[in-house]
Design a binder for this molecule. Structure first.
Ligand code: F6R
Length: 242
């Protein structure tokens, strides 16, 4: 694992975007695994800046998002589909047909999950997967105590995740209880992983993920076994790291 400590969120976003831009410059047809949440917003802003400056193009890039809530329409303000459009896709030259986000409204969720896996395979796998980390150690929506060997699946969200994500909704009751998420096995199959963490609320769980036992109670701990992980932390999130 390579750990890059930076001062603050701004520096974290710059560093992450330059790693992703480097990937796209070296391989314009890259398959990117993308995340939502507060953490990558600054990285997406920086990528948009690099695109506007002509440094990178997304015209041949394929993307797969980690997860999507069940039951929200794609244009719902809280859907991850809407998040990705407003925070990144609407501002770059990515082609609509190259964007993949699980369909949380699919009638046959099992089939949707299987098809998602097939599509990732068809494009040759994910070159670099961007990740945030939940306060409970989740990556994607792989909540504590779930199987490490799972592929894209229907997940019941953890109480802690529902509480943490309620900040985006009118009330906690409006937060969906289920989501489709890439499984740990899907994430671990990515060629490279880039995990970002900022803020003191991530400090303790990040320490456990990097230095603790590799256990399903801390889903992100499995990343210790991946051969190519880069973690970028700001001073606050890195405060427990040696
Ligand atoms: C988002 C995702 C989640 C978040 C995590 C951290 O697609 O899969 O695992 O990365 O919940 O969220 P933030 O960045 O809001 O702290």
């Amino acid at each position: 694992m390579k750990i890059i400590k930076v001062k603050d969120y701004k520096e974290l976003s710059r560093k992450a975007s330059s790693i992703l831009a480097g990937q796209l410059i070296l391989k314009p047809k890259s398959v990117l695994g993308l995340a939502t949440g507060s953490t990558p917003i600054g990285t997406y802003e920086e990528l948009i800046r690099l695109y506007n400056e002509g440094v990178v193009s997304f015209s041949n890039v394929i993307t797969f998002n980690l997860d999507e809530y069940c039951g929200l329409k794609s244009n719902d303000i809280n859907s991850y589909c809407n998040f990705m459009k407003t925070k990144l896709f609407n501002h770059i030259d990515i082609r609509e047909e190259n964007i993949h986000i699980p369909n949380g409204l699919a009638k046959d969720i099992q089939k949707e999950c299987e098809d998602y896996e097939k599509k990732i395979k068809k494009f040759g796998g994910i070159d670099i997967q961007l990740l945030g980390i939940g306060r409970n150690g989740h990556i994607g929506f792989n909540e504590p105590n779930l199987k490490f060997e799972s592929k894209t699946f229907l997940v019941n969200l953890d109480e802690d995740t529902i509480k943490a994500n309620s900040r985006f909704f009118n009330s906690i009751e409006d937060v969906p209880r289920q989501a489709i998420s890439m499984g740990i096995k899907t994430i671990m199959s990515s060629k490279k992983i880039l995990l970002l963490a900022n803020g003191e609320e991530k400090a303790e769980i990040l320490y456990r993920a990097i230095y603790g036992d590799i256990i399903p109670q801390v889903p992100a701990s499995i990343l210790q076994l991946h051969p190519d992980v880069t973690i970028i932390v700001d001073e606050k999130a890195g405060s427990c790291l040696k």
